[in-house]
Write a protein that binds this ligand. Sequence first.
Ligand code: ADP
Ligand code: MG
Length: 322
Amino acid sequence: MNSAIRYYIITAIIALLLILCLVLRGKKGMYGKNYNLAVFNTVGSVSLWGRDEAVLDKAFQDIMFELQGLHNVINAYDAKSELHRLNDTASKEPFVCSDALWNIIIASREAFALTEGAFDPTVGAVMRLWGFHKKKESLPNQEEITAALEKVGLNKVQFDDNAHSAHFPVEGMALDFGGIAKGYAIDIAKTILDKYGIDMYMIDLGGNLLLSEKVPGGEDAFKVSIRDPNDKNAVARVLRLKGCAVATSGNYERSRIIQGRKIGHIMDPATGTPVTQFASVTAITKRGVHSDVFSTAVFVRGRPLAERLRQAVPGTDFVILE
Ligand code: ADP
Ligand code: MG
């Protein structure tokens, strides 16, 4: 056999082996794995599907690591966190932020602009007034609310985009990422999944969902239930969704009772009072960060804002329960 023929035969055999490998790989089963995580003072689950279990495990480890790292930076209740230090000192002098903190500040400023100020991460001062950081026995009066509102307004914070610093104009101002952190975090998780080439997943971080475009089990969509705000064991609506993020804001989970009045945990930054107009607002968007802030913002500002956001950001929709 001359060397040219031998060369062709060997090449053909290698090509056949390669094709066989690919076919077998294609036939090998898909793994579906479910992981639990606890970050941002809430619980979450990450469901991943793929052919290589080790890759799924590695991706989840990376997600945990990144989200825990972010939590350590922005956990305002932890005196050692960077956000705590910012809140403590930024009224005295500009506070220079790490990249991790600066990036979520940028996302918050965009969210503030898009939602016309209905999402405002400086609502902390009024949250405190309504007993959310420390228990309160009596309702605040109008004078106290007006005084607290002096310390509210992301547009009042002086940001230096070159130095990445924030400076509060008054003492007592504070940033609180409670209305954006979970949505922001699932977008971080998505970049990790993209890096590993994982394209079938469902992430649930304290009710903030991220659903892949591909759906497991030959189904054509993920089923997402919206809880009945008035009956925690009942389902109000079932949505069929894929390739999107979903978040719901409601008053049914984290409210306080002061002097017999139920106080919801979402504040109107314009009036300094808790919002009660809807039972729940579910936002469906392309990005996690948008579903988180839009659900909070529309809960505050209502249907006209929902309509404007639907127009402004393609892929946005809402389910509002009265
Ligand atoms: P949950 O955290 O229960 O999922 P949301 O995503 O709607 O609910 O966020 C509510 C949290 O956001 C509150 O606990 C508070 O920390 C903060 N918050 C309340 N009102 C506002 C607001 N108008 N803008 C931004 N953040 C807010
Ligand atoms: Mg939200």
